[in-house]
Write a protein that binds this ligand. Structure first.
Ligand SMILES: CC(C)=CCC/C(C)=C/CC/C(C)=C/COP(=O)(O)OP(=O)(O)O
Length: 305
């Protein structure tokens, strides 16, 4: 049965609470973040790739629904998106900014549905950058409430459709209720295997690299590693994308005609193919997504070799 993320509002699922201890007895979010066990423990090996997933499920219907011309054997595993142009979309229609963001959520739901249908395994979206905190307070507050509402409304769908939600970024800056909702959702969906949605909130590539360096420095200080042990692999184990089996996006799409990376996943994008779409994010739909994927499938990836 095909699924639609446009189902009428789903009642909040009453899954058993995944965490047995109250979240906020723990001072920092990252001590709770599944792949990041407390530092300086003897179980260092378990620090990384905990909960790393087995191969993703493919439902029978997933393999039947590829549009003409799209090759299953060349599909990107991980697509990242900079969902730009929501405010411009609203202004062009003389609508308040919040309508642009709401339309952006609808667009995201559509793209998640298509990813599931076409067998893409991971979608990362830049939902709120570290610099977005400097936007007008009313806008920031609206976005926080939108994240909360969006995640609550779709919780049932994540379970029903076997979707794993991961959130990356400095969540300590978010309202407590939102932190709690996100951590709960991550924990409750961590064994879902069909598709993984990574939401980057209060995130930047600089933040990610710096927090990884801090964690490595602390490990060195604790005597768990030598500074000379630090290499690409150890760094990647500390980056926020250690929540996924596919940490390097194969394809990055940025909408709204801007040609910038804007501090998104700087490390992880090293060999990513880039696609810049003219549409504003709320207008980005199946046809343009298909265009991006077809362009991706034409690319020759040489990884510098
Ligand atoms: C639940 C959930 C994950 C929701 C995601 C909501 C969403 C679409 C967030 C995008 C936020 C954002 C700062 C986009 C940048 O474009 P902009 O709006 O700044 O556009 P502009 O370039 O036209 O100013």
């Amino acid at each position: 049965m095909p699924f639609s993320l446009h189902f009428s509002p789903t009642p909040l699922i009453t899954a058993p609470s995944p965490l047995s201890k109250p979240f906020f007895l723990v001072p920092y979010y990252h001590t709770l973040h599944a792949p990041k066990s407390p530092l300086c423990s003897s179980t260092e090996h378990a620090l990384t790739h905990q909960g790393k997933q087995e191969a993703f499920d493919r439902r029978p219907e997933d393999s039947q629904t590829l549009p003409l011309g799209l090759r299953r054997d060349a599909m990107p595993s991980h697509v990242a998106v900079i969902m730009d142009g929501n405010r411009r979309w609203a202004r062009l229609r003389d609508l308040p900014v919040r309508s642009g963001y709401e339309a952006g959520v609808e667009s995201l739901r559509k793209i998640v549905e298509i990813c599931c249908k076409w067998g893409i395994k991971v979608l990362s979206v830049f939902a709120f950058s570290s610099d977005n905190w400097f936007r007008p307070k009313v806008e920031v507050e609206f976005l926080m409430s939108l994240f909360e509402r969006g995640m609550q409304e779709d919780t049932g769908i994540f379970f029903r459709e076997n979707i794993r939600i991961s959130v990356i970024g400095d969540l300590t800056k978010l309202p407590k209720a939102l932190q709690e909702l996100m951590v709960n959702l991550e924990e409750a969906t961590k064994n879902n295997t069909r598709f993984q949605l990574i939401v980057a909130v209060s995130y930047s590539g600089h933040y990610d690299v710096v927090q990884a360096c801090q964690r490595l420095a602390l490990k060195a200080k604790c005597g768990l590693i030598e500074p000379s042990d630090i290499n690409v692999s150890l760094m990647e184990q500390e980056l926020e994308t250690n929540c996924t089996e596919f940490p390097h996006p194969d394809l990055l799409i940025r909408t709204s005609g801007e040609f910038r990376i804007s501090n998104f996943m700087l490390w992880q994008l090293a060999y990513t193919e880039l696609f810049f779409a003219q549409s504003l994010w709320p207008d980005f739909g199946e046809a343009e997504f298909l265009k991006a994927l077809l362009a991706f499938q034409q690319r020759q990836r040489r990884y510098g070799v």
